[in-house]
Design a protein around this ligand. Sequence first.
Ligand code: DX5
Ligand code: ZN
Length: 235
Amino acid sequence: MSVLIAPSILSADFAALGDAVAAVERGGADLIHVDVMDGHFVPNITIGPAVVRSLKRRAKVPLDVHLMISDPDRYLDAFAEAGAAMISVHVEVLPHLHRTVHAIKALKKRAGVVLNPSTPVSALEEIAGDVDFVLVMSVNPGFGGQSFIPHSVAKIRAVRALLDRAGNTAASIEVDGGIDLVTVGGVVAAGARILVAGNALFGTPDPEAATRALKAAALAAAPPSPASKGSSVAH
Ligand code: DX5
Ligand code: ZN
């Protein structure tokens, strides 16, 4: 892996999701990011397993399912069965995060944990060795099209340092919120390797071209692989 682009369909036309997926795939999307919101953990309500199942039939790339819901444990099986390849859960709602991460892995899915902007990196201290990826929220979750929170760059660096200290050099950092041609360079330089973008792609007249441009900018900002410490394991 060098840098992966994960378009968020939250900003797409929900009546034409198949076409939206096809457009960003033509532009080089590596994943499709699916934002699941329940109206409790976040104010908005979006997508459930039925839509993920339909997306799975259309998408050529893996589905990255971001659960912004109060009780993710209850829905892991449903999203796994619907076709998620990656499932991420928020540390803020999970008193038994270790159990949840291993439940996702037992379903043979990539397990991610998500930090809200106000959640300290130290919340990952005891789970850093177990995760497949960490998602750093660079906006407060709930809506697309918000402004990038600049402190997220320092936070990405701190998460990378923590994962490396835990010996989990294979775990990637994903960043979500306000990623565009202006913010991409800083997050990639800090260590982000999966970039979620919604408004910067689907808010343009040509999501295919916007995906291609964002990917080119991301790859230009990435260090040459192998990524670090002489390892061939990319972050
Ligand atoms: C926010 C979602 C994001 C959102 C990103 O709650 O988790 O995935 O779609 O959208 P942009 O790129 O528009 O900030
Ligand atoms: Zn998201």
